[in-house]
Design a protein around this ligand. Structure first.
Ligand code: PGA
Length: 252
């Protein structure tokens, strides 16, 4: 049984005041027994404070990025140990905005995945294709490559404590969601690809969908057999909307 996850990627949004308001509303509206794990991913500078606000609540926290190196002269970077130190349990690696705007390649993403695990953070590996890849029938090729590099470096066992998020780039922040069938097809492909190395690990690995998930489309996405929750951007900044997505995950 895979426990679903609903994760809110705040990206570069928020302020101390906005965060306090949002977290207060999330705590007030969080059901006593949610079927899904519920986590927020604030910008680095707010992690410690958000961590304090969610202490002793069911809400968990992660970061949006991590340095592949353990420590040293890497100006502007934040290590896995530091994230752990301020209360993170999770971290995104290879979000498409990191890959495409900041030119992070598959090898670097795989090293970040390993760095996170070395400090007992759960990495959420983001994979996904551009519109031109999809239109040229290359979705599976792109997703397989992004996944394989991590499996080669870290071994399939790394997925025992890792999560995958399929985020088609053409659906992120565009209001254009993958159809439930499109999402399911790629999620099933990811699971099969992992099963090629280890069927048991494949069956247990959680694969989240991300890309314009909203309260209005979450239930049909989460109803797909291989969709184990969502990575939510814009809609996670609105407590009512984000909690409705959590509720949709619970009723799958
Ligand atoms: P979105 O972002 O929900 O705003 O499309 C998802 C993400 O980038 O994680």
């Amino acid at each position: 049984m895979r426990r679903p996850i609903v994760a809110g990627n705040w990206k570069m949004h928020g302020s101390r005041a906005d965060n306090a308001r949002l977290v207060e509303e999330l705590i007030a509206g969080h059901p006593d027994r949610a079927a899904a794990e519920f986590l927020v991913l604030p910008p680095f500078v707010y992690l410690q404070e958000v961590g304090r606000l969610i202490r002793d609540t069911p809400i968990q926290m992660g970061a949006q990025n991590v340095c592949a190196e353990a420590q040293g002269a890497f100006t502007g970077e934040v290590s896995a140990a530091m994230l752990k130190d301020v209360g993170c349990g999770y971290v995104l690696v290879g979000h498409s905005e990191r890959r495409w705007i900041y030119h992070e390649d598959d090898q670097l993403v795989a090293r970040k995945f390993a760095a996170a695990q070395s400090k007992a953070l759960v990495p959420i590996l983001c994979v996904g294709e551009h519109l031109w890849d999809r239109e040229n029938g290359r979705t599976e090729e792109v997703v397989a490559r992004q996944l394989d590099v991590v499996l080669e470096l870290c071994g399939v066992e790394a997925l025992n404590s890792g999560i995958i998020a399929y985020e088609p780039i053409w659906a992120i922040g565009t209001g254009r969601t993958a159809t439930p069938e499109q999402a399911q097809a790629v999620h099933a492909f990811i699971r099969e690809r992992i099963a090629g190395r280890d069927a048991k690990i494949a069956a247990a690995t959680r694969v989240l969908y991300g890309g314009s998930v909203k309260a209005s489309n979450a239930a049909e996405l989460f109803a797909q057999p291989d969709v184990d929750g969502g990575l939510i951007g814009g809609a996670s900044l609105n407590a009512e909307e984000f909690l409705a997505i959590l509720a949709a995950c619970g009723s799958r």
